[in-house]
Design a binder for this molecule. Structure first.
Ligand SMILES: Cc1cc2nc3c(=O)[nH]c(=O)nc-3n(C[C@H](O)[C@H](O)[C@H](O)COP(=O)(O)O)c2cc1C
Length: 329
């Protein structure tokens, strides 16, 4: 990203990158929850936590980027090391713990981006704001943290994702339980509906939910008028890995992403699509590396896809490769 940043700072740098990496084709355009996407390939949350690289990511052709997870106050996250590669499994394990500069800083960067982006560069790239709670905020008060982030970012992002599914903030995933979640979402929706132009609010869920819990999510999505669902976050499971068990144990706690979550994420997308009768758009996240992976998620019911671990292993051409594949299939 630092190299891309340097290239982008050169007079023709962005143009050259854009020519090399982006694919423009009307057949890739997609409309979802009231927004127009120039292509369905996005970058998942947690990569550009502080909205620092929107220009560079626009050059790489992303149809959308989800910044964050942003919390009200800046926080350091967990001690390092906190991110590990499992190359044999094409996977990552991370326990970053929502390291971010806080919502005010993200807001400032987003304002700068919105003021400087041009029609050719970034004009069409959708930006989502993924919001969370600070580690020190007790779960009973979590709804206030989501409200702070929502209000702060409201004018600067195109859509919101409520993240209650990261395994690296103690107790966060308990907020996926129906009552806690209803409280957070109903409050945000209440504020949202009072705005002149409400923004789409989506919910991001873990791949580790049981079928009963997924059924609750479906019901709650309708009850709180969610615009969409993001499925899925990283998993706490460690099954079916090729990497030696001792090695994995030594890495310690964290969320597993990449190839090992592909199948489960597709399963969850498919469950949600069937049980919402296709009425709630789904952003698929989890183990997408290739055009075929993306198409599998779309066939399971996803409207849009996001990459993250795939971006690490496949490199900067990932969007171009997926888009070219989708355009020809
Ligand atoms: C290092 C790292 C940090 C992440 N941070 C966040 C985050 O802050 N918020 C979030 O919602 N998801 C976060 N994720 C999850 C990704 O957005 C994505 O949902 C997950 O990794 C599954 O997709 P993948 O298999 O393509 O990586 C993170 C993932 C990784 C690998």
């Amino acid at each position: 990203m630092n190299s891309l940043h340097k290239i982008c700072a050169l007079p023709a740098g962005c143009k050259i990158l854009q020519r090399q990496f982006s694919v423009t084709d009307p057949c890739l355009e997609k409309e979802a929850f009231g927004l127009k996407f120039s292509n369905p390939v996005g970058l998942g949350a947690g990569f550009d936590k502080n909205a620092s690289y929107l220009k560079e990511l626009a050059c790489l052709g992303f149809g959308f980027v989800e910044i964050g997870t942003v919390t009200p106050k800046a926080q350091d996250g967990n001690d390092k090391p906190r991110l590990f590669r499992l190359p044999k499994d094409k996977a990552l394990i991370n326990r970053m713990g929502f390291n971010n500069l806080g919502v005010a800083k993200a807001k400032q960067r987003l304002i700068e981006w919105n003021n400087t982006k041009t029609a050719e560069l970034g004009g069409k790239m959708i930006v989502g704001g993924n919001i969370g709670k600070n580690k020190v905020t007790p779960n009973e008060e979590a709804w206030k943290d989501y409200e702070i982030c929502f209000r702060e970012l409201f004018d600067t992002v195109d859509y919101f994702v409520v993240n209650v599914s990261s395994p690296n903030t103690p107790g966060l995933r308990e907020l996926q339980e129906k009552d806690s979640l209803t409280k957070i979402l109903a409050n945000l929706q209440n504020i949202n509906q009072g705005m002149a132009r409400p923004k789409p609010i989506l919910l991001k869920i873990a791949p580790d939910l049981t079928e009963d819990q997924l059924a609750d999510i479906v019901a709650l999505s309708f009850d709180t008028s969610l615009s969409g669902l993001v499925a899925t976050n990283t998993t706490i499971s460690r099954t079916n890995l090729i990497t030696e068990t001792a090695h994995i144990t030594a890495m310690g706690a964290g969320g597993l992403s990449g190839k090992p979550v592909t199948a489960r994420a597709t399963e969850v997308v498919n469950y949600l699509f069937k049980n919402t009768e296709g009425r709630i758009p789904i952003i698929a996240s989890g183990g997408i590396f290739t055009g075929a992976d993306a198409l599998e998620k779309i066939n399971a019911g996803a409207s849009l896809v996001q990459v993250w671990t795939g971006f690490i292993y496949e490199g900067p051409s990932i969007v171009k490769n997926i888009c070219s594949y989708l355009a020809s299939h």
